[in-house]
Design a protein. Sequence first.
Length: 317
Amino acid sequence: MISFSRILVGVDLSHADRLVSEELSDHCETAVQCALRLAEGGNYHVTFMASIDISEQAMHLIELHESPEVTPVERDAGHVLQKLVDRAEAVGIKADYVVGLGPSAECIIKQVLRGEHTLLVIGARSSQKLSQILLGRTATKLLRKCPVPVLVAKLGPHEHLNSILVADDFSENGEQLLDAGVQLARMCEAKLHVVHVLEETDDAKLVSSGIPIEQIYRVQETLKEGAAAKLAERLSRTDYRTLVHGAMAHVEFGRPEAVILEKLQEHNVDLLITGTVGRTGLAALMMGNTAERLMNMVNCSLLAIKPVDFVCPIKVD
């Protein structure tokens, strides 16, 4: 079962040429708010983490000015993060902070492993400037390599999660997605939608082969009914009946990305839950995965969950 009990929030404190800024950017504030909303009212622990991505040479220069035990940049970051801890504790949430030095994605993943966190929350910038593209690379690395679910929080029209969509491909990982969707819908008192996409058939080619169009439609309807029954059976293994606003299942023919985007708009979804795989190297460049492609296409928040047999390529020192 997916757990959200130990939440790690990635906080990007950099701004322009400053490594640490006192004011949180919009995307960081979105991530913080998202984590606090999830943790409020439950037995959850939130850790705020700032990863300062500086070179080894810069690190050496910093250490020359003060004791390497606490560098100026770590101290400044700590002051900002302590305010977030105070903010969380003011609403009854247990919290702490940690500062890391080095490549952002690697630092965050090592903290996930070291702190045994069960959920990572990061913010998504909406601009297309170079700095935003670099953050996108960090987010992509986290989607591929982070061993726990990654929630990419985006600014949306709703302050709370009112509508959640789970994309279930009938894999073993899909059962985790359904469980996570039900948990979050219960926590946020949100409406839950679940969609399964059937591979689209080329009707024109089938008709030209001599198969009557009526027979094609009957086969498609049979496939759709079978998928709907299977989706209902998979949902029955969860606690969806306890949801205040219930759950609605959808089975459609088409391309997964296109159908998902259509459902997101149709139901004004605030959070999409999808699976991801840890592709690296050439395979990642050539193929990517559904979660990565959707991350830059959707306007809502996205929760990406790894398969149960995923092995993280990064190890703790």
